[in-house]
Design a protein around this ligand. Structure first.
Ligand code: FAD
Length: 276
């Protein structure tokens, strides 16, 4: 097996305090020598400047930075300008997404699905960018069926993706089954599990309801029963997430991508426990 690769995801901070906090987080996580740091992008371009600023700051610090780029509601000219700007700054990796459709959006723009964005990036820039795409081991909440979602993933991967990062999940079997399915369909790009540390139950439940990532019943009930006891929530979360990462890596996952929510604490502890 190749050496596993690790990456950390941030969102663009909105305040000077948030910017300082993220710098500090990055400093702590940089010691783990990640392959790259990625920075999310608000659907409809709401964080476009924040994403660009954060990515350029990371790059200036000497790390590889990957902007997320969501295409829903965008025009080809907009996306073209952004890609050209990233290329001029020497950015070589993009996380290409459709994005979540903001409520009330009526104009979808010139891209309907992420496979069209992947095709567009390849058509405009050849092999310049390493293109990451999103994968859903528990299936995307808007997919008509599991098989439909797999077919859509296959189309998106074959449009020219270099690798995939998954939505978070807590059930390792879902990941392994997904990878088997896509291999059977002739998709051979690395599929890196996305890992969500557990720090706060109500926030996790909200995210999970929105994105279709299942919190297993036993885990949901146990976390819920801790109420405001954050220390117990974190302790259980660390056990569960460390065990998940361990199973994924020993089962052959090519690396891990951590959804840090701009905080280093839980990720660092998981990292140390895994002995990476
Ligand atoms: P797609 O691959 O286009 O899929 C969307 C839905 O459409 C799926 O149900 C799929 O089955 C269906 N579909 C796809 N193609 C077709 C087709 N041709 N015909 C019919 N149906 C089709 N969101 C953000 O806004 N900003 C971010 O920075 C961000 N980062 C993310 C990072 C990762 C690693 C992941 C996993 C998700 C991220 N998201 C982000 C969330 C993502 O944008 C949403 O999940 C979004 O709803 C789907 O994006 P996608 O690129 O997977 O879409």
């Amino acid at each position: 097996m190749n050496h596993p690769t690790f990456s950390f995801e941030f969102f663009p901070p909105k305040t000077p305090e948030g910017t300082d906090k993220l710098r500090n987080t990055r400093k702590q996580l940089a010691q783990f020598k990640p392959q790259f740091f990625s920075v999310t992008f608000g659907a409809g371009g709401t964080t476009q400047q924040g994403t660009m600023d954060t990515v350029l700051e990371i790059q200036c610090e000497g790390f590889d930075a990957a902007p997320h780029l969501s295409c829903i509601g965008s025009t080809k000219d907009n996306v073209r300008a952004l890609l050209n700007a990233y290329r001029e700054h020497g950015i070589k990796r993009i996380v290409a997404l459709r994005g979540d459709i903001p409520s009330g959006m009526v104009e979808f723009g010139e891209f309907r699905y992420a496979n069209e964005l992947v095709e567009f990036i390849r058509a405009e820039h050849g092999d310049w960018f390493h293109i990451e795409i999103a994968a859903y081991p528990e299936y995307h909440p808007q997919a008509r069926s599991a098989l439909d979602d797999l077919a859509n993933f296959e189309r998106k991967a074959k449009a020219g993706a270099s690798s995939a990062i998954t939505q978070y999940f807590f059930n390792a079997d879902a990941y392994f089954a997904f990878v088997d399915e896509v291999r059977f369909r002739g998709v051979d790009i690395p599929v890196v599990p996305g890992i969500m540390p557990i720090n706060n139950f109500s926030q996790l439940a909200r995210f999970s309801d929105a994105c279709g990532a299942e919190i297993p019943r036993w885990l949901r009930l146990k976390l819920q029963s801790y109420g405001d006891d954050m220390a117990s929530i974190r302790a259980l979360g660390l056990d569960v997430v460390t065990d998940l990462c361990d199973r994924l890596l020993s089962g052959g996952a090519p690396g891990l991508h951590f959804y840090t929510l701009n905080a280093a604490g839980a990720v660092s502890t998981v990292w140390q426990r895994l002995g990476l």
